[in-house]
Design a protein around this ligand. Structure first.
Ligand code: ADP
Length: 326
C-alpha cells in the first residue's frame, strides 16, 4: 500500500509543495528506468562484442549515468533537508521575537487590571480582560511552536526530578474551574493519596496534564462528565482522563499524535486549536521514559492516558549526563 502511495506523484507533489519532477517518487521511477536500460544495454553489448575495449567503454558510460542520476538524487535530498532546517530556524526566530512584545502586553494588561482598575468603567475592563486572555492564548501558541521546533531538532531539554502528579492535576483542575462551570461539566478526580511521585519535568508535565484535561473539556458538548484517575501499575504511575465528548473517528486514530492533526468532526465546530498539543505531549512523555495512548469512539467519548516511571530508569541517567554535557 505504502509502495503504491509512493508512486502517486501528483499527490506527493501537492503534499510536499514541489513540482512533480522534484518528488522522491519521480526520482525513484527514473532510477528504475535507468537501471533497466543500463542492464539491458550491458547484456546486449557483452553478448555481441568480444572486444574488451568496447566492454570497458560500455561500463564507463554506465558508471557515468549512475553518477549523474545519483548526484541529482543527493542534491534533491540535500535541498529538502536544508529547506527543512531553514523552516525550523525561521519558526524559532519568529517565535522568540514574538515572545517579548507578548510579555509586554501581558504585563501592561495585568497592571491596568490591578493598579489602575478603579479608573476604568465596565466596558473598558471587559476589553482589557479580552486583550489579556487573547495575549495569553498567543503566548501559548508561540510556546507550542518553540517546543515543536525543539522537538524536531532533538533539542528539547527536560529535567528529571521527583514530581507530584496529583498536585499538578489538582492545580490544573482549579485553573479550569470557571471553564468547567460555564460548560456545565462535572469533573471527578479519584486519587489514591499514597501514590508515589514520578520522575519528570514539573513544568512540562503541567503542560501535558493541561492539554489532556483541556481537550476533554473542549471536545465535550452536552451533559459533560469528565473523570481523572491516577493509579499505580508496576513501576509506573498511570494518569487517565475520560470524557463523554465527541470522540475521534476510527479512521483517523492512527494520526492522533501527528503534528497539526485535527479530526474532521471537531474542525467544523471548534475553530480554536492548532493540533500541536498531543504531538508535544507524546514527545515529552516518551522522552521522560513513559508511554501515552488513547481509546476513543465517535459520539461516545475518549480516554487519554499516559504512564511515567516512579524510579529513574538507567537510560534517563545516561540522558541526563549527555544533556549536561551539551
Ligand atoms: P488541538 O486541541 O489544539 O486541536 P491537540 O493536539 O491537543 O490539538 O489535539 C489534536 C486533535 O485530537 C484535536 O483537534 C481533536 O480532533 C482530537 N482530540 C484530542 N483530544 C480529544 C478528546 N478528548 N475528544 C475528542 N477529540 C480529541
Amino acid at each position: 500500500m505504502q509502495f503504491i502511495n509512493d508512486l502517486n506523484l501528483k499527490k506527493q507533489a501537492e503534499e510536499l509543495g514541489v513540482k512533480i519532477w522534484q518528488t522522491p517518487g519521480f526520482m525513484f521511477i527514473i532510477m528504475g528506468i535507468v537501471a533497466f536500460i543500463v542492464m539491458t544495454a550491458t547484456f546486449l553489448i557483452s553478448r555481441n562484442y568480444d572486444d574488451p575495449k568496447v566492454l570497458v567503454l560500455a561500463e564507463s558510460i554506465v558508471a557515468g549515468i549512475i553518477i549523474i542520476v545519483g548526484n541529482s538524487v543527493v542534491r534533491i535530498v540535500g535541498e529538502i533537508a536544508s529547506v527543512n532546517k531553514m523552516k525550523s530556524e525561521f519558526v524559532s526566530v519568529v517565535s522568540h521575537q514574538l515572545r517579548t512584545p507578548l510579555s509586554a502586553i501581558k504585563w501592561e494588561t495585568e497592571l491596568l487590571l490591578s493598579k489602575l482598575r478603579k479608573g476604568l468603567n465596565e466596558k473598558q475592563l471587559k476589553n482589557i480582560e479580552t486583550i489579556g486572555s487573547l495575549s495569553c492564548r498567543m503566548t501559548r501558541l508561540v510556546n507550542d511552536l518553540l517546543d515543536v521546533t525543539r522537538i524536531d531538532q532533538k533539542r528539547l531539554v527536560l529535567k528529571y526530578e521527583p514530581v507530584d502528579l496529583a498536585a499538578i492535576i489538582e492545580k490544573t483542575i482549579a485553573e479550569s474551574e470557571s471553564l468547567l462551570s460555564s460548560r456545565n461539566i462535572e469533573l471527578i478526580f479519584s486519587n489514591n493519596k499514597k501514590n508515589p511521585k514520578v520522575i519528570g519535568d514539573q513544568e512540562r508535565l503541567k503542560l501535558v496534564v493541561d492539554n489532556l484535561l483541556n481537550n476533554a473539556i473542549k471536545y465535550t458538548t452536552q451533559k459533560g462528565k469528565i473523570e481523572i484517575k491516577l493509579t499505580k501499575s508496576g513501576g509506573d504511575l498511570v494518569f487517565s482522563v475520560r470524557d463523554n465528548g465527541v470522540g475521534i473517528p476510527e479512521e483517523q486514530h492512527s494520526q492522533v499524535f501527528s503534528k497539526f492533526f485535527r479530526s474532521d468532526n471537531v474542525v467544523k465546530y471548534q475553530t480554536e486549536g492548532t493540533g500541536l498539543g498531543l504531538y508535544i505531549a507524546k514527545n515529552i512523555v516518551e522522552q521522560l521514559g513513559g508511554k501515552i495512548w488513547f481509546q476513543s469512539i465517535e459520539n461516545v467519548g475518549s480516554i487519554f492516558s499516559f504512564s511515567l516511571p516512579v524510579k529513574k530508569k538507567s537510560f534517563i541517567k545516561e540522558k541526563k549526563l549527555f544533556d549536561n554535557f551539551n
